[in-house]
Write a protein that binds this ligand. Structure first.
Ligand code: N01
Length: 548
């Protein structure tokens, strides 16, 4: 449907078009699709992207070993059947370079590239009440006005470098994994240090270990990881997917994770089987080639602490069997949180890496890092001389990309002030006092706990329909209220309370950033329930939305 722009007027009757109808911030997988999809409404669209190319997460995280932990046949766009059929993934779990190539292919194939101004960061967003337009300022000193803003800014975009004393004094080279140089880094013969053993650390460590003269890993929290058993994509397997894509995509939509891992779902409890049978099931899942199939072996791993502990102990046994030095093995055994309550990692030879003579594991929980020095790093137990220091220290997740953008809503309300006690919003989309500003993968949506390409497509389609509705009805503004935000916060909290997630000091809770309010920021009730709730809200007469 094409909607003429003349429909929209300011309160005085003058046309208040703005420069654009929709500004999309970010050209990751969500932003790219938003620009494509909204074109169908005949709107004037503009994208902005900090990087010089598309891909978002898969543009920035180009550290060695970066790889998606969802199967490539699943982790891909579903909006165009020809794209599904013509694209060939070389590997079962795609490495970053393949995902970046895919992103570039998509922006060219669908004419999206010209809609994006690359190498441009949005540094300011201000809502102008008289005209109901957003003023968008960039680091190039430009300012544009637009009716709607879609913040496709990513859940894991705002880099976290811990506030160590002396970070800038280090005389060697240092990098955060998510701002990795395109030309790569030469580790040969170097003394390399890595801080962090989350999903990123666990991927980068085995690769760097193969090149470095010596690698020292500074671990604060041991994490659970299972082998990815990555391999070239089997042509037979690919054919099976391509023949059944429509059916599989529909199945994905009806799952909590927006991913279908064939044969994964079970109603079996850990306690329904005896020890020997349980071990056999876990052993098969461990050896299987389906990644997260392991956690799907039993239905209660995410919800029952005793069930979780049995599966966690299975993983610890694997670690003790793999790592030759018993002290190192023990240090690598996660004991601070239930399995899966921090992102479960998929690795390629992570635990085996600690059998190498050139790798040392340092416990910075027992002996915290006190200072970065010109020569390296100091902990309460000693000093480590380094040539290269890698921060695999994660992100100011879920909220950082929004609060760092300098966003001001109605009545001069600043987003970072509004969110001082946590990221209140409605359905993960809309923040009261910030009309016409929509988030994709916002806090309070399934975001990182569902397959993000499919959930982005679903969210964009949903927004498309809301914008279309507003244009048809001649509405200029949509907002929500604090009451509806509170209602949604209760639903998000209740979903988390039904699981073990809050038992970990994770970034899902904001626990990785000192001073950040502890609010569970991901809707863990499942993609299927989330989409049902959003649909219900609309069907019930746009509950919680106020249109002007
Ligand atoms: O970040 P993290 P990440 N002193 O926050 C440590 C996605 N992802 O980049 O656990 C010492 O998980 C911190 O220690 P602790 C995925 O969703 C996906 O690894 O806070 N250490 C932790 O070990 C993932 O969850 C893929 O005690 C400090 C590490 O740094 C998300 O991105 C691949 C410290 C940070 O881990 C983030 O993962 C990669 C300090 N002061 C990432 N501060 C795939 O698809 C922090 N740490 C496979």
């Amino acid at each position: 449907m094409t909607v003429p722009h003349q429909r929209r007027r300011d309160p005085g009757g003058k046309v208040a078009h703005g420069d654009y109808d929709v500004v999309v911030i970010g050209a990751g997988f969500s932003g790219m699709y938003a620009l494509y999809k909204l074109r169908g409404l005949g709107l004037r669209l503009q994208g902005y992207e900090t990087g010089d190319g598309p891909g978002g997460t898969w543009y920035w995280n180009r550290y060695p070993g970066a790889r998606v932990d969802i199967e490539s046949m699943i982790y891909s766009y579903s909006f165009d059947e020809r794209l599904e059929q013509e694209w060939q993934w070389p590997e079962h779990f795609s490495p970053q370079p393949d995902l970046e190539v895919y992103a570039n292919y998509v922006v060219d194939r669908f004419g999206i590239r010209d809609q994006v101004q690359f190498e441009t960061t949005v540094t300011r967003l201000r809502f102008d009440e008289p005209t109901s337009l957003w003023h968008v300022g960039t680091d190039r000193g430009e300012e544009a006005t637009t009716r709607f803003v879609i913040a496709a800014t990513g859940s894991l975009n705002a880099t976290n470098i811990p506030d160590f004393k002396g970070v800038e004094t280090f005389q060697g080279r240092w990098y955060h994994t998510s701002k990795w140089p395109k030309e790569g880094v030469d580790f040969v013969g170097r003394r390399v240090g890595i801080i962090g053993t989350g999903s990123t650390g666990i991927q980068v460590i085995p690769v760097v270990a193969q090149e470095a003269g010596h690698l020292t890993v500074f671990q604060r929290t041991a994490n659970f990881s299972i082998p990815s058993r990555n391999r070239p994509l089997d042509p037979e397997y690919e054919r099976g997917w391509k023949q059944n894509y429509r059916k599989y995509r529909e199945m994905m939509k009806s799952t909590a994770s927006a991913a279908v891992l064939l044969g994964q779902h079970t109603d079996r409890s850990v306690f329904d089987v005896g020890d020997a049978e349980r071990d056999e099931i876990l052993e098969q899942a461990w050896e299987s080639r389906s990644g997260f199939k392991f956690t799907g072996s039993f239905k209660d791993v995410r919800t029952n602490e005793a069930a979780n502990e049995i599966v966690a102990e299975f993983v610890r046994r694997k670690i003790r069997q793999t790592v030759q030095d018993p002290e190192v093995a023990e240090l690598l055994c996660p004991k601070t949180h239930p399995l899966g309550t921090k992102r479960l990692c998929l690795d390629s030879g992570y635990y085996e890496t600690y059998n190498r003579a050139n790798v040392t594991l340092v416990d910075v929980r027992a002996n915290p890092i006190t200072e970065i020095t010109p020569a390296g790093l100091r902990t309460t137990a000693g000093e480590y001389d380094l040539d290269i220091l890698i921060y695999a220290t994660g992100f100011d997740a879920m909220t950082g990309s929004m609060t760092r953008m300098n966003v001001t809503g109605t009545g001069g309300l600043r987003l970072e002030d509004k969110w001082v006690n946590g990221p209140s919003n409605y359905l993960g989309f809309l923040v009261a006092g910030f009309p016409n500003l929509f988030m994709i993968h916002g806090p309070g949506s399934p975001s990182v706990l569902a397959q993000m390409i499919m959930s982005a497509e679903w969210q964009v389609d949903w927004l498309h329909d809301r914008i279309s509705f507003m244009l048809e009805q001649g509405y200029e503004r949509v907002d929500t209220t604090e009451q509806w935000e509170e209602n949604w916060a209760r639903e998000v909290e209740a979903a988390a309370d039904a699981t073990l997630y809050k038992k970990a000091d994770s970034w899902y809770l904001g626990a990785n950033i000192p001073g950040k309010p502890r609010v569970f920021m991901v809707y863990v009730g499942g993609f299927d329930n989330y989409t049902r709730r959003c649909t219900e809200v609309v069907d019930n007469g746009y509950q919680g939305f106020s249109f002007t």
